[in-house]
Design a protein around this ligand. Structure first.
Ligand SMILES: Cc1cc2nc3c(=O)[nH]c(=O)nc-3n(C[C@H](O)[C@H](O)[C@H](O)COP(=O)(O)OP(=O)(O)OC[C@H]3O[C@@H](n4cnc5c(N)ncnc54)[C@H](O)[C@@H]3O)c2cc1C
Length: 557
């Protein structure tokens, strides 16, 4: 935490230097001592500290200054830092004014100049005030703050990115400006240009980014966006359970390993509000917890984790070159593709336009708090939709699941069906699908078609979470590895048809289990053709793949 500030203001330079010296001598180890030569200059410092969310513990201010007087300054600065202790420095002749200021500007104490020796006339008073301040003071939030609008897709993406990368942040909704003094203060201090171009991200060092891209955010939030080496034994694209498991096994077995993840480690599993069937966690664990633990484990073994998107692969003899969206390139002996799947889009009118403004793909856990006491609609009938409904039921007034089929029994695990049935504020509507989304700048209503009655009903809705299956995003590998008609990547025995090896395959052996149609390029997890789409199977494949990687490397290196 940044040290709280002691701010001293005096237009007489010599006096100012003397106060600063005395303050530093006694308090420098616990406080930051700042000084200003006028009330106006001091207000500039105060505003900047407020934007950075730094704390001011004490103002020590001369009363008689040109421009803003001490009392006037304290009254203004006190609106931004109401808890800071206020001490006025006065000459003997101004004692009456100082006494009046005790009421007027809430002054805690006045000190007569000169205060020598400080051990007798300054420190005992300040010690007492600072002790009081420490005892009552709630430390301010020290991390990144995001000021935006609840209904803005850009704000949602930023919150989601930071949350999933475990970067602490404070969300400040501009719509609460009137009700929330903290938001009001911040809005008042930013340039008009900034509040017109939300979201704005404010870093503890004062840096402000207006409508940043995720790559810019990653760079400034301390995530690594460039590889430190030019060459690795093993490069993994995708940091879901499969990629993370491969990273842990690869690095722990001595391979120089880099893992490239475009959003956040954890992948789909990281978005799960509760994984109940992963071995060894009898009461379940959140996907975020699983991801956090796996990242710590991977880092401990020396895996380099890079926040970037892989956009192209080039194969040149025994080397594989990976192109990243940020323009960087890295090379490796073995590439492991663990890019998983993405949510299938719901192609009905209004949905694309309102995505991020009340409509979300996946459980969008960051939005849960804002659904408090509202009705939430969840589209889908598989485990992910069931988990999301359970999660939102803790916040929302009512959760309505819209399921296209007539039952859940073939699409959802029985334990989840039992939980849904036992939760009083969850309602399941079968044979129902969303056919249109309505709203000007955010979702306001949805039209639902019921196949049983053949009717369409339009109901008010502010939150719609869509979980209707998934598809792989492997276009960047299209001309390189063999894929099925939906884009899932073939591996191992799937590539040998009628005894024939894949086109262009020159080795005197069949592709290994989990190896693609290009030697030294492996595929694991949900993106693999024929995979079982579960956390444990992704983890299993990621771990097993490493033994084939070793076999491959033993022949090329
Ligand atoms: C809400 C939800 C709940 C679930 N609950 C359970 C459960 O309870 N139990 C269970 O067993 N399974 C559950 N699943 C399924 C499970 O999460 C998946 O099977 C598992 O996450 C697949 O892991 P993966 O590593 O193959 O891929 P993913 O988890 O999809 O990870 C792939 C990663 O690759 C990244 N990526 C993609 N393309 C690129 C690129 N070009 N460059 C860089 N990075 C890229 C993505 O950002 C992503 O992080 C759930 C899934 C969801 C969505």
């Amino acid at each position: 935490m940044a040290k709280p500030v002691l701010l001293t203001v005096d237009d007489d330079r010599e006096v100012l230097r003397a106060i600063e010296r005395d303050l530093r001598r006694k308090y420098a180890s616990d406080y930051r001592v700042l000084r200003a030569e006028s009330g106006e200059e001091a207000m500039g410092i105060v505003r900047e500290l407020k934007v950075r969310n730094n704390a001011i513990a004490l103002f020590l201010v001369d009363q008689r200054m040109p421009g803003l007087s001490g009392v006037e300054f304290l009254a203004q600065a006190g609106t931004l830092f109401p808890d800071a202790k206020r001490v006025l420095l006065t000459a003997y002749a101004d004692t009456d004014a100082a006494i009046a200021a005790i009421n007027e500007a809430g002054v805690d104490h006045y000190l007569l100049k000169p205060w020598d020796p400080p051990e007798e006339n300054l420190y005992p008073i300040l010690d007492e005030l600072l002790e009081d301040w420490q005892a009552a003071f709630p430390p301010p939030f020290e991390g990144i703050r995001v000021l935006g609008n609840r209904w803005s897709p850009a704000s949602h993406n930023i919150k989601d990115f930071l949350a999933r990368n475990h970067v602490p942040y404070q969300w400040m909704d501009i719509e609460t400006t009137e009700a929330d003094p903290e938001v009001r203060d911040l809005v008042g201090l930013l340039e008009e240009e900034e509040t017109r171009n939300l979201p704005v991200v404010i870093f503890p060092n004062g840096l402000r980014l207006r409508q940043p891209t995720l790559a810019e955010l990653a760079e400034h939030a301390g995530l690594k966006t460039k590889a430190t080496e030019a060459f690795y034994d093993l490069a993994i694209v995708g940091g879901g359970p499969a990629g993370l498991a491969a990273a842990v096994y690869g690095a722990s077995e001595g391979l120089r390993t880099v893992m490239i993840e475009r959003e956040a480690p954890g992948g789909q599993a990281g978005m799960s509000s509760r994984i109940e069937n992963y071995l060894g966690f009898p009461s379940g664990l959140t996907g975020a917890d699983l991801a956090r633990r796996a990242v710590v484990q991977a880092r401990r073994f020396g895996v380099e984790i890079i926040s970037a998107e892989a956009t192209a692969l080039r194969v040149d003899g025994p080397y594989r070159f990976l192109q990243l969206a940020n323009g960087a390139e890295l090379s490796c002996h073995v590439l492991l593709v663990a890019t998983g799947v993405q949510w299938r889009k719901l192609g009905v009118p209004g949905v694309e336009r309102l995505t991020g403004a009340g409509i979300y793909y996946g459980a969008a856990i960051t939005e849960a708090m804002s659904t408090r006491d509202e009705d939430v609609y969840v589209v889908g009938g598989a485990n992910s939709a069931g988990q999301a409904a359970m999660y939102f039921s803790k916040y929302a007034r009512r959760v309505v699941m819209l399921v296209r089929g007539p039952s859940l029994s073939t699409t959802m695990s029985q334990y989840l069906i039992n939980q849904l049935k036992a939760t009083s504020n969850i309602q399941i509507e079968f044979n129902s699908s969303v056919v249109e989304a309505h709203g000007k700048d955010h979702l306001e209503a949805i039209s639902i078609y019921c196949a049983t009655t053949n009717e369409v009903n339009t109901v008010p809705a502010n939150s719609l979470f869509i979980m209707i299956g998934a598809e792989p995003n492997t276009d960047w590998l299209a001309d390189i590895v063999e894929r099925d008609e939906r884009g899932f990547i073939y591996s191992g025995s799937h590539l040998v048809r009628d005894g024939k090896r894949p086109n262009g395959w020159k080795l005197d052996r069949d592709p290994a289990l989990l190896e693609t149609s290009v030697p030294g390029v492996f595929v694991v997890g949900d993106v693999r053709h024929g995979s079982v789409k579960r956390v444990a199977s992704g983890v299993g494949e990621g771990s097993v793949a490493i033994s084939f990687v070793h076999q491959y490397l033993s022949k090329v290196v």
